[in-house]
Design a protein around this ligand. Sequence first.
Ligand code: F0G
Length: 444
Amino acid sequence: MTTRVERRRLLEEAGFNVFLLHSEDVLLDFLTDSGTSAMSAAQWAGMQRGDESYAGSPSYYRFESAVQEIFGFEHVIPTHQGRAAERILFTTTCRPDDVVPSNTHFDTTRANVEAVGARAVDLPCPEGLKPAESHPFKGNMDVDRLEALFRDEGSDRIPLVMLTVTNNSGGGQPVSMENVRAVAEVCRRHGTPLFIDACRFAENAYFIRLREPGYENTSVRVIAREMFDLADGCTMSAKKDGLANIGGFLALRDPELARSQRNLLILTEGFPTYGGLAGRDLEAIAIGLEEVLQEDYLDYRLASVRYLGERIAAGGVPIMQPPGGHAVYIDAAALLPHVPPVEFPGQTVVAELYLEGGIRGVEVGSVMFGRHNAETGEEEPARMELVRLALPRRVYTQSHVDYAVESILAFAGRRENVGGFRFSEQQPVLRHFTARFAPLYDLG
Ligand code: F0G
């Protein structure tokens, strides 16, 4: 617990960037659902038998067969987290000026595409850009625009297509099986591989079961496998639906590509049977991947997120509808219409929720996805101004969520009195992690 006076001081010391707070000064940490899961007794038990052999560890083979069985890809390359898998994937597939489309690239995915000189293009479906409108699969890719991109760029400029399930940057919204199938069909016609960013694959599969006609009686495991059977590979952050605190992998069918990726893996991550992870981590992931498919768990998971979303929406806070799988996204542009995008309304909401209740969320708007034009000195805003409240898996109880609801509604009640922020310091890439801000109003 901290007092408001303490939080005011701590926030200022952190340059009004909640990434720079000490987590001990945060009461409810909704910054991310990544690496913050509580591990189960079975996972902790698995860690005890972690085998730390440099090469050929039995822990690796248990991990490999869990991934092969659930995802169906033959080649399994462990990495220390998702972005390492992304870096290896794009380094081995993209050339400068190539184009990599996605429903919406996550920030590290976009940065890794751009780091190899290629262009990351987001093709969300139109419903995905209208926060207030409810639609069962707002994470879908716009297939017509994908076709148009192939026409305009030519398939030799598009080395692969990515599909993020669920669509994190687009509000944690699911992608339908119908959409995966349609995207896969376009890729097949152009001879282009499809890779799934599988971070939240189990949550996506459960949404398909709940919302897509024809899947009511299909198990989440079978749905997940059907999704991956349509793709050529995936990148995975086991810090999400692997229920682990660290880890990830790259998995694929193409043996040639896998060979060059393993070589790159050795250069920066480690030998192919541990890839930057301890044997015990591989055990925790193998068990987590099984546990995340338990439907009672998924039922509770989605219900918790829905509960938070529905309660604050009922209190008049505009959110991305319907609530996503891992997070509720507040529509900061609609909540604070008097704060223009270039003054970062999402940043205000994040700062104010910390001041109000010691709650830490994350801005997913013009701070994260806008651009600073170094020539004109102007800010180019993002498409949406969202604030994500991500729920760690198996961590918080309903009374924690009730406390969050009270704090969010208390802030919403005094929203007319807040203003915006400006950058006082920023880096050219992934600026939201380290930037410092100055408020353009009196925070009290
Ligand atoms: N793809 C998606 C959709 C993600 O959400 C993340 C991470 C990554 C890739 C990268 O994985 O962190 O293991 O390197 N998302 C976290 C988040 C950080 O807070 O949403 P990583």
